[in-house]
Design a protein around this ligand. Structure first.
Ligand code: NAD
Ligand code: MG
Length: 378
């Protein structure tokens, strides 16, 4: 079979069920899924769909998605927003809500988010509030959104008080993760999403981490290993979400690497030229393992293995890797204390006893973090 023929005939997608009772849905993972979106969305009973996308993704994929929907007789509209985090705002929400209302989307119809996490979070939140809730479908187009933000039902926008502070839980009706769409993703965004993939292995699946060490090149290149990595990540996140849909307990494990990572994002003023979220997470994962090792909880060799893998994949692993520097230890601690996961002065960390053995550690004293960070910045 020629390469072109292989592309024209997508193999059967991998299905990852998210069993949330009345809100249960499927995540489908595979190359070429966008061409099947019309039939799958029509099967949900919708007669109209409001596509929301950004100005990078729209020109690449909106026509293919629209054609697939129109072929099923769905009435469609397309709203194209500026790319970037600034779009996840009150102004962005107003635009999407008005566009959805103008498209006469009713309760039985759908909003379709075609884009990365910014579009997914924004369009999902608009779907949660327009007419007190209409259904939505995620067509995530970044690795990060395929393995993380499109799974779990958290939607929202940023406020001047901080990121993601205004939002709602609103589960999608379907997620179509077309892994071929990642072929056009800038390498830096690909790597950033990959940090979250590795995170799932580090949380509780040492076998998956070892698989990543062996297959990461194929994941980047776009072979069947990419589908496998995306599907395994969705399974891992879905399992946590099903145990703890509204983040009262276990879901915090998904924040492995994020306490440090968020602090670094804050210190670099969310300037994506300096640091994108996944890069902060990569450094944060390494710090979480080195911190665990320094507390005597985790073998040093495991911390070294984590760093070696992320570095091989082209990700930053040290505070010194942050372009323009990461500020003083005190500034880092302050930035960490602002994290919403801080309770009563003590910090809650996700630490590890080894690769795939992470646990929630509340009540970590600021002093021990300070001593560790002092070593890290020397
Ligand atoms: P993003 O949506 O900004 O996309 C990154 C960049 O890639 C953008 O410039 C975008 O236009 C471009 N792009 C997207 N798909 C492309 C493609 N296929 N080809 C070429 N370019 C493409 O960023 P992201 O990393 O996907 O998502 C980050 C957002 O996700 C943040 O706002 C974060 O808060 C949110 N998030 C939400 C959750 C959740 O549970 N809801 C979880 C993690 C992150
Ligand atoms: Mg993250």
């Amino acid at each position: 079979m020629s390469h072109a023929a292989a592309q024209a005939e997508p193999s059967a997608p991998i299905t990852v069920p998210v069993p949330l009772g009345e809100r249960a849905y499927d995540i489908l993972v595979g190359r070429g899924l966008i061409g099947t979106a019309g039939a799958r969305i029509a099967a949900l009973g919708a007669r109209a769909a409001a596509i929301v996308t950004d100005a990078h993704v729209g020109p690449l994929y909106a026509d293919a998605l629209a054609a697939s929907l129109e072929a099923q007789g769905l009435r469609i509209s397309v709203t194209v927003l500026p790319p970037g985090e600034a779009t996840k705002s009150y102004a962005g929400l107003e635009r999407v809500c008005d566009a959805v209302l103008e498209a006469r989307i009713e309760r039985g119809d759908l909003v379709v988010a075609l884009g990365g996490g910014v579009i997914g979070d924004l369009a999902g939140f608009a779907a949660a509030v327009v007419r007190r809730g209409v259904r939505f479908v995620q067509v995530p187009t970044t690795l990060l959104s395929q393995v993380d933000s499109s799974v779990g039902g958290k939607t929202g926008i940023n406020s001047r008080h901080g990121k993601n502070l205004v939002g709602a839980f609103h589960q999608p009706s379907l997620v179509l993760a077309d892994t071929a769409l990642l072929d056009t993703l800038p390498i830096r965004e690909m790597r950033a999403g990959y940090a979250e993939v590795v995170k799932y292995g580090l949380i509780d699946d040492p076998g998956f981490f070892a698989w990543c060490e062996a297959h990461w090149r194929e994941v980047f290149a776009g072979g069947p290993e990419r589908d496998r990595a995306v599907a395994q990540s969705c399974r891992a996140k879905a399992a946590v979400v099903v145990r703890d849909e509204h983040e009262n307990g276990d879901r915090a494990l998904l924040n492995l690497g994020h306490t440090f990572g968020h602090a670094l994002e804050r210190i670099t003023a969310y300037d994506s030229a300096r640091l994108v979220h996944g890069e902060g997470v990569a450094i944060g994962l390494c710090l979480a393992f080195r911190f665990s090792a320094s507390l005597g909880l985790c073998p040093r060799a495991d911390a070294e293995r984590v760093e070696a893998h992320l570095k091989a994949a082209g990700l930053p692993t040290r505070l010194g890797d942050v372009p323009g520097g990461c500020g003083t230890v005190d500034a880092l601690l302050d930035a960490m204390a602002q994290d919403k996961k801080v309770k009563g002065g003590a910090l809650t960390f996700i630490l590890a006893r080894g690769i795939g053995q992470s646990f929630i550690a509340p009540g970590i004293e600021a002093e021990s973090v300070r001593a560790f960070l002092r070593d890290e910045t020397n």
